[in-house]
Design a protein around this ligand. Structure first.
Ligand code: HPA
Length: 246
């Protein structure tokens, strides 16, 4: 079964014919929301609102372990994650969409693993943090519906909820980051720990701090407006992805 994890601005995808809601309790506590099980463009899937049904859960307070555990227990094997990010690299202008291929994790003090507190010490391979199968499906889905997406990107994950300083963005750029967001980690690693394929579609909502028109400050109203406008494109790409995915 496929799951979509919705980020900012998506508490339920439009067009989802809801069959049921599943409130799942996990050994790690409650997930961000009940799982919405339903049919979207003819395909059964599970949807989870990462920031909660009313968008009240900040990135550092999301119970990523409960979310991923709940999806696993609902029979999910593949995850399409939607994310909102700032653009660092020159091509990653506000309004663009990208399918990241790498991650650098700058988060701290989040529940990072299932393998602790008495669990056998287990290391996962994370050389390629995103599933190539899901990445390919997103790219093919975008192509099928004529939406341009940037096919790669190094996604830096910061702790938030504040946005970064200009010097922090300079540092992320020196590290090789193209995009900056707050939620891909530990989500991607936890999905890998439970053997689920994970890929992300990232919408660039603003120039990162100190870049482009965010030279002196990030205009949050403009950021939200760009994000709102971009959601229709994200919806079309999801439809395209569901059409091409086996
Ligand atoms: N930084 C971190 N996370 C974000 C940004 C940003 O500039 N924009 C949207 N999410």
């Amino acid at each position: 079964m496929l799951a979509i994890i919705g980020g900012s601005g998506m508490t339920q995808p439009s067009g989802l014919a809801l069959s049921r809601r599943e409130a799942i309790r996990t050994p790690y506590g409650d997930p961000s929301a009940s799982l919405a099980v339903g049919t979207l463009h003819g395909r059964e899937l599970v949807f989870l609102a990462r920031h909660g049904p009313k968008h009240m859960i900040a990135p550092h307070q999301i119970n990523y372990r409960a979310n991923i555990w709940a999806l696993k227990s609902a029979g999910v094997s593949r995850i399409l994650s939607l994310a909102t990010v700032g653009g660092i690299g020159a091509q990653y202008v506000p309004g663009s969409l990208a399918v990241p291929h790498q991650i650098i994790d700058y988060t701290c003090a989040r529940g990072q693993t299932f393998f602790e507190n008495g669990e056998a010490v287990t290391h996962i391979d994370f050389t390629e943090p995103f599933s190539e199968e899901i990445r390919a499906a997103i790219l093919a889905g975008a192509k099928a519906c004529g939406e341009a997406v940037l096919p790669r990107g190094v996604y830096a994950v910061t702790q938030g909820p504040r946005l970064e300083t200009a010097a922090e963005i300079d540092r992320l750029e020196r590290d090789g980051a193209d995009l900056v967001g707050m939620t891909a980690m530990p989500e991607a690693a936890l999905a890998r720990e439970l053997g689920m394929a994970y890929g992300a579609l990232a919408m660039v909502a603003n120039y990162a701090a100190g870049r482009g028109d965010s030279l002196k400050r990030i205009d949050l109203d403009a950021m939200h407006a760009i994000h709102r406008e971009g959601m229709a494109r994200v919806g079309r790409i999801i439809e395209g992805v569901l059409g091409v995915m086996q």
